[in-house]
Design a protein. Structure first.
Length: 331
């Protein structure tokens, strides 16, 4: 299984222990355990998790604990931990198989929303041919009744703006020869109608009363990279890590559910023909996972910055020069 690990051993060991600790700590709470396992499964979407690999992984952990703990690792403890690891491995397999359809929906609608025609990032259609028809029963956690009402209002205004654009263009075509100022004004107004996700997001954000939430622009700047790498767990984690550093500089309250409300309102306006309950579930699922990853990182950059500063200040001049050379060669 060594070929599956792409990060340095020390980093992977820390992530592995953090993940295992999260699972064990929440084993007594079924609801919390389900959420944690789904989050970890989301981060393993690009890995081909199979039953034989789960068995290898499980037995390696059990054997390690058995050799380190000796008689303290009782039969009951071994059976209990084996059961938990079987559940986690099975959940990873299920998530990758069942959620592949959601990822395809996300890729297709994202290209439509941004007027793209390329197939970059499309999953293998053989991965899960029937997943597109999955039920939307799991649903999504709403961003609040107020946000939903604002989203509906934003959708209506966006559609009205689109109709106004068509009407304005028709009027301009009919009265082009007259060169009247009114026709030119309508044309100018029509040209400002949002046609891409970023523009529509800013439009809806202003309509819904979030125009002053500048932290949304920070997420918006990286949102394309997040969506484009939804099936690449390592790259997605890096994008969330960088985004958490950017958000750490923001002085104010950050309510991530507000971004979700504006995001869904914008996508509904840009993908009106294809949008259905499956799209609603897929995009809600994506943001809920990204939101959990960001919340896990919030507050940590400030502590990490102080620790990094202490480390750098403790290095000798020769060590700093060596570090500079090695970083230069790497990047």
């Amino acid at each position: 299984l060594q070929s599956l690990f792409k990060t340095p051993r020390s980093v992977m060991a820390m992530r592995f222990m953090n993940g295992l600790n999260t699972i064990i700590s929440s084993a007594g709470n079924a609801a919390t355990l389900k959420v944690n396992v789904e989050t970890l499964g989301f981060q393993h979407l690009d890995l081909e998790v199979t039953v034989p690999r789960v068995v290898i992984f499980r037995d390696a952990i059990l054997d390690l604990l058995g050799s380190e703990m000796g008689e303290r690792f009782t039969t009951k403890a071994r059976i209990g931990l084996s059961t938990v690891l079987n559940y986690v491995g099975g959940a990873y397999i299920y998530i990758r198989r069942e959620y592949a359809g959601r990822i395809r929906i996300i890729y297709r609608s994202w290209r439509t929303a941004n007027k793209r025609t390329d197939n970059e990032g499309e999953l293998d259609p053989d991965a899960d041919a029937g997943a597109d028809g999955e039920k939307a029963g799991e649903g999504e956690e709403g961003a609040g009744e107020g946000a939903e009402e604002k989203a509906k209002e934003a959708n209506k205004q966006a559609m009205d703006a689109t109709n106004a654009k068509a009407s304005g263009e028709s009027h301009w075509s009919g009265s082009q020869a007259s060169g009247s100022g009114e026709a030119r004004g309508k044309k100018s107004k029509a040209m400002t109608v949002p046609t891409t996700f970023n523009d529509m997001f800013l439009f809806n954000g202003a309509v819904m009363g979030f125009g002053g939430s500048s932290w949304m622009n920070c997420i918006l700047d990286q949102f394309d990279s997040i969506v484009s790498n939804v099936a690449n767990s390592y790259r997605l984690q890096e994008e969330c890590d960088v985004l958490s550093l950017v958000l750490a500089k923001y002085k104010g309250t950050i309510n991530l559910s507000e971004f979700k409300a504006v995001m869904l309102a914008s996508l509904r306006s840009l993908v009106p023909k294809d949008w259905d309950s499956n799209h609603e579930v897929a995009w809600g699922w994506l943001w809920e996972n990204v939101e959990r990853m960001l919340k896990n990182l919030m507050g940590k950059p400030a502590m990490q910055e102080k620790a990094l500063e202490r480390l750098i200040m403790s290095l000798t001049e020769d060590a700093v020069n060596y570090l500079r050379r090695e970083v230069y060669k790497r990047f």
